[in-house]
Design a protein around this ligand. Structure first.
Ligand code: ADP
Ligand code: ASP
Ligand code: MG
Length: 412
């Protein structure tokens, strides 16, 4: 029995017409190609955004547990509707919420982590020849509460199910034709990447290419799940994400995978704080305890005995991070500053391992355009600059024109 997991994102199920089109595709794959199908679905269109906005109208500080109770209903609507559309087309199908599908999670509400999947019910339904439809983005914790997996988390549901069921592959259907060398909505001349390695895709996803959830890419790499990213609106081939096999080839690469941007960045800076052992821990431990994820960190010592520490967080965490950092800054004789509207731009690719100078070229291009760089972070396969949010799109287009990308010849 060849199992394929398919995932349809919010824009692919935005209206009744879209759901009918998904039902037609599922019916065709199930009947004509004889596939055993598990179909993961996201909430319709902007449902999750709408529900979240509602929570903010009703409460200043809504409870994370109650937010998850609410958000999980978006996906539950979609699965039931798709099941009905399939029944109407004579296809046997059963919809399951995350908990019903045996998805066990742990961690915090709003960013649950998959602990294990008990696949027996899905396997039973598949053995009966049914299409199994699973609500993405959710699981159940030890208390029996539904939890969500973080924004964009239906991708993670799909890849985790593919791993648990030993599926042949996981197909991610979305509103673009695959992974591009930059967000095609910002750079119309961006190229589709036919095949990309999991490490480059994971890096692109962590840096902000929201087309795939980063955890989904990492799970795929860990369990050897081949992921195909395709458009739900066409039959085009899309992008295949695979393990990095051809290490020799990686060693001769000199080109990049893509330019990635992220507009969800804020910076908090503690200035003039007393230095000494344990200072960094005093700054970052309260943030960690509050569940605030910190990304780029820069420490500098402008004068003897005093230092500045700057770090970035998501906009949602900005107010809390600024408050916590302010308390520490005051205790250490310094002050706190914040800048909310920032963005990040990253160049990503294993080719950087073999050709120095990518960072210098990036700084040069941004400098010539008069785009100020607030912070920099690098690793072997990426360089990231934090810049003002309003210059991000211009920077993406600029850097996309300035670098070479490896395309058709890629064979990972
Ligand atoms: P879905 O609702 O199907 O999960 P998302 O909105 O999460 O879809 O992701 C698809 C979007 O990701 C695209 O519409 C595109 O604007 C954006 N995107 C950002 N970077 C890239 C990239 N490098 N390649 C393709 N799409 C990208
Ligand atoms: N509906 C959720 C979101 O909007 C999960 C997803 O679409 O993957 O984040
Ligand atoms: Mg998504």
């Amino acid at each position: 029995m060849k199992i394929v997991v398919q995932k349809y994102g919010g824009s692919s199920v935005a209206t009744a017409e879209h759901i009918m089109a998904v039902a037609e595709r599922v019916k065709k794959n199930h009947e004509e190609e004889g596939l055993s199908l598990v179909v993961v679905v996201s909430a319709m269109g902007k449902t999750t955004d709408r529900l979240l906005a509602l929570t903010r109208v009703l409460a200043r500080n809504p409870s994370p547990r109650e937010i998850d109770q609410l958000l999980s209903t978006g996906e539950q609507q979609s699965v039931a509707l798709l099941a009905m559309a399939l029944h109407d087309r004579g296809v046997a199908a059963t919809s399951l919420s995350g908990p019903q599908a045996g998805m066990k999670t742990t961690g915090r509400y709003g960013s649950g982590v998959i602990l294990e999947i008990q696949p027996e019910r899905m396997q039973q339904l598949l053995a009966e020849g049914q299409v199994v439809i699973v609500a993405g983005f959710q699981g159940m914790n030890a208390l029996g509460d539904v939890m969500t997996l973080g924004r964009g988390g239906s991708d993670t549901t799909a890849v985790a199910l593919a791993a648990a069921l030993g599926a042949d592959r996981c197909e991610i259907y979305t509103d673009v034709d695959g992974i591009y060398t930059a967000d095609p909505r910002i750079v119309p001349e961006a190229h589709r990447i036919p095949v990309i390695s999991s490490s480059e895709m994971a890096e692109m996803a962590w840096r902000g290419a929201k087309v795939m959830h980063p955890r989904a890419v990492e799970l795929g790499a860990l369990y050897g799940v081949e992921i195909h990213v395709r458009s739900s609106f066409s039959e085009n081939p899309g992008t295949i994400i695979k393990e990095d096999k051809a290490l020799e080839r990686l060693e001769t690469r000199e080109t990049l995978a893509g330019i990635v941007h992220d507009l969800n960045v804020s910076r908090v800076t503690l200035t003039g704080i007393r230095t000494g052992p344990g200072v960094m821990s005093r700054v970052f431990t309260p943030l960690a305890k509050a569940g605030v994820s910190v990304d780029v960190i820069v420490e500098s010592a402008p004068k003897e005995g005093a230092s500045d520490v700057a770090f970035t967080v998501s906009r949602a965490d900005f107010a809390q991070a600024r408050r916590l950092a302010g308390e520490v800054a005051e205790a250490l004789g310094g002050q706190v500053e914040g800048e909310e509207d920032l963005g990040k731009i990253s160049v990503v690719g294993t080719g950087m391992l073999n050709r120095p100078g990518y960072a210098a070229n990036m700084f040069d291009a941004l400098g010539r355009a008069g785009i100020p760089i607030r912070m920099v972070s690098t690793s072997e396969i990426q360089v990231t600059c934090v810049i003002p949010a309003e210059r991000v799109e211009e920077a993406v287009r600029l850097l996309h024109r300035g670098f070479d990308f490896e395309l058709e010849e890629r064979d990972v």
